[in-house]
Each structure stands twice: as C-alpha cells, then as structure tokens.
Design a protein around this ligand. Sequence first.
Ligand code: SF4
Length: 72
Amino acid sequence: MPGMFIDVQVDAKVAADAALAKKLVDVCPVNIFAQDGGLRIVEENLDECVLCELCIQAAPGGVRVVKLYDTE
Ligand code: SF4
C-alpha cells in the first residue's frame, strides 16, 4: 500500500495574524501548529494529521491540508 504524507500550508497573512495563529495552535489535536514568534508548522508532527479539517474551519481559505502519496 502506498504511503501517504501530509503537507500543511498556511498563507503568510494567516501566519502573521497572531489571533488566528493562536486559534490554529488551539484547534489542531495533534499539535501541528506552534507559535514561537510567528506561526510554525511542526514538521515532525505532520504524519499525525487526522484530516479533521479543524484548521481549515478555523482559517477558511488560509490553510491547506495537502495529501501527498508515495507512489513507489
Ligand atoms: S486537519 Fe486537523 S489534525 Fe490535520 S493539521 Fe488540521 S487541525 Fe491538525
């Protein structure tokens, strides 16, 4: 079975919005977002993403959860 990888992309204007960034940190159940200065994607937690889309609901249009497949 091919593996699946998740990439989470956040618009710069969402990352720069401290209140919105905090909301993302709060909603993600697996801590993919971290706030230290700006908004940071915690790369090592990306494979924990459960595709709950809470981040997308928290910042409509500002966050994309991209499914990448390993086709090898
Ligand atoms: S879809 Fe859910 S688990 Fe995945 S990054 Fe967004 S909030 Fe976190």
